[in-house]
Design a protein around this ligand. Structure first.
Ligand SMILES: NC(=O)c1ccc[n+]([C@@H]2O[C@H](COP(=O)([O-])OP(=O)(O)OC[C@H]3O[C@@H](n4cnc5c(N)ncnc54)[C@H](O)[C@@H]3O)[C@@H](O)[C@H]2O)c1
Length: 392
C-alpha cells in the first residue's frame, strides 16, 4: 500500500482550489504512485473560503503559522499572493515541511536567494515551484528535440504570454500592487519555458515596461483576485468611488542575446484583447523550427527544413510515448487540470526518491527567473542593456 502524506494548502483562491482537486486525483490517475497525498489542512483568508474548506472536510484555519507548524502536516502548498510566499516558505522550511510554491517564487532576487539557500540546506525536503507548463507533453517533446540537437543550432527565439482580463473595468487586487505585476505573473512562465526547453539563459537583455491603466476602482468586497476579475466593473457603486494607484506593469517587452549567438524576444501583457491565455514560443534553428501555443495545447508544431516538401507538422503530444503521463488513451486531450495533477504526482515521485517524468522546476530554477526579472526592471529603469550575470 502507498505511504500517505498530509498536504496543507495555503490560500484557497483560484490556485488553491485547482490544487485541491489535483491532489485528490493523483491516486486515481496514477494508482502506482508510491505516495498518496491526503488533503489535510488549509489556510483560508476570507469567511467564504473558511466555510468552503470546512465543508470539504479540511482542517481549515485563518492562522497561517498554525497551519504551517501543525505537526500532522508533512507538506505545504503555497497558493498565496506573491508577497506572502517568502514568509510562508521560510516558516515551512524551518518547520521541516516539503514545499511546493506558486510562481513567481518571490518578489525580489534577495528573497528568492534566501529561500533557495534555506531549502537546499535541507536536501531531504522537496523544493518545487509550479511552473506548470513543464507538465504539458508538448513542452516535454520540445525539450527532447532541442536536447537531441534535432535541428542544429538555435538562432532566434520568440516567447509570448498574453491575456486580456486587465482592462479598465477590472477592479484593484493584489495583482496590481508592486508585487503582483505582469512580468512576475506571466513573464515568469514564459522565461521558465524558454529556460526549460532550450537549457539557455540570456547573456544580455534590454526591456520596456508600460502601465496602461494608472488607477483602478477599489472593489466593494473582500475576496480573491479571481473574484475581482469575475466581477469586472464591480468596484464601489457609491458616488465617491475609491480609486487606487496601480504600482506595477501591465505589459513588458524584452530583447535578449543567448549563448551561441542566438537572439530573442519575449512579450507579456494583460491587455491584449482577443487573447485569453495565449502563451507560447517559436524557436528557429539552423535546420528547422519548433512552435507551441497554449491555445492548441496538445500539439507541438515542427518544421523540418531538410524535408523536401517543407511545411509545418502538427504533432499530437498527448500520447503515452511522450512523457509517460496518464493519458488513458492517446489523443484524449489534456488540459490545465491534468497538468496540475501531473505536477502533484511528480512531486510525490520526487519525495519518494523516484525520478520525475520531466524535471520539476526547483527553487534554483525559480531563482534564475527571479534574477532575470530583476535585470529586466533594472534595464527599463535605467534605459540600458544589462548583463544577467550582474544579477545574482
Ligand atoms: N502556475 C500557474 O499557472 C498560476 C496561475 C494563477 C496564479 N498563480 C499563482 O498562484 C498564487 C495565488 O494566485 P491565485 O490566482 O490563486 O490568487 P487568488 O487571489 O485567487 O487567491 C489568493 C489566496 O490568498 C488569499 N489572500 C489574498 N489577500 C490576502 C492577504 N492580504 N492576506 C492573506 N491572504 C490573502 C485569498 O483570499 C486567496 O485565498 C500567486 O502567486 C499566483 O502568481 C499561478
Amino acid at each position: 500500500m502507498a505511504k500517505t502524506l498530509n498536504v496543507s494548502i495555503l490560500g484557497y483562491g483560484m490556485m488553491g482550489t485547482v490544487r485541491a482537486v489535483a491532489y485528490e486525483a493523483v491516486a486515481r490517475y496514477y494508482p502506482s504512485c508510491p505516495i498518496k497525498p491526503v488533503l489535510y489542512g488549509a489556510y483560508t483568508y476570507t469567511d467564504g473560503e473558511f466555510a468552503a474548506a470546512n465543508e470539504v472536510g479540511w482542517k481549515a484555519s485563518k492562522d497561517l503559522d498554525a497551519v504551517i507548524k501543525d505537526p500532522e502536516c508533512d507538506y505545504v502548498d503555497v497558493c498565496l499572493p506573491n508577497a506572502m510566499h517568502h514568509d510562508a516558505v521560510m516558516k515551512a522550511i524551518e518547520a521541516g515541511k516539503h514545499v511546493f510554491c506558486e510562481k513567481p517564487l518571490a518578489v525580489s532576487v534577495d528573497e528568492a536567494r534566501e529561500m533557495m539557500n534555506a531549502v537546499e540546506a535541507k536536501p531531504n525536503l522537496l523544493n518545487a515551484v509550479n511552473f506548470i507548463y513543464r507538465r504539458c507533453p508538448s513542452n516535454v517533446l520540445a525539450r527532447q528535440l532541442v536536447k537531441a540537437n534535432r535541428f542544429g543550432k538555435l538562432i532566434e527565439a520568440r516567447s509570448f504570454y498574453n491575456q486580456s482580463w486587465g482592462g479598465p473595468d477590472t477592479p484593484y487586487s493584489w495583482r496590481f500592487s508592486k508585487t503582483g505585476g505582469t512580468l512576475g505573473d506571466l513573464g515568469s512562465h514564459a522565461l521558465d519555458m524558454l529556460y526549460y526547453v532550450t537549457g539557455m539563459r540570456p547573456i544580455e537583455l534590454c526591456a520596456m515596461q508600460a502601465t496602461h491603466i494608472k488607477e483602478r476602482k477599489v472593489p466593494s468586497f473582500v475576496g480573491s483576485d479571481l473574484e475581482a476579475r469575475m466581477k469586472r466593473g464591480a468596484g464601489s457603486e457609491t458616488e465617491d468611488v475609491k480609486m487606487q494607484a496601480v504600482e506595477t506593469d501591465d505589459a513588458t517587452r524584452i530583447m535578449y542575446t543567448l549563448p551561441g549567438g542566438a537572439i530573442g524576444s519575449l512579450e507579456c501583457t494583460r491587455n491584449a484583447w482577443g487573447t485569453e491565455n495565449t502563451h507560447g514560443y517559436e524557436l528557429y534553428f539552423e535546420n528547422g523550427a519548433i512552435a507551441w501555443n497554449y491555445d492548441d495545447v496538445n500539439y507541438l508544431s515542427i518544421y523540418d527544413a531538410k524535408n523536401p516538401e517543407r511545411g509545418w507538422s502538427r504533432v499530437l503530444s498527448n500520447r503515452g510515448d511522450i512523457g509517460s503521463y496518464a493519458s488513458f488513451a492517446d489523443g484524449h486531450m489534456f488540459g490545465y487540470r491534468d497538468f496540475t495533477v501531473n505536477a502533484c504526482y511528480e512531486n510525490m515521485l520526487k519525495i519518494a526518491g523516484a525520478e520525475e517524468v520531466a524535471p520539476i522546476a526547483t527553487f534554483r530554477d525559480a531563482y534564475d527567473v527571479e534574477r532575470t526579472i530583476e535585470a529586466v526592471r533594472n534595464s527599463w529603469e535605467n534605459r540600458c542593456w544589462v548583463k544577467l550575470a550582474d544579477f545574482t
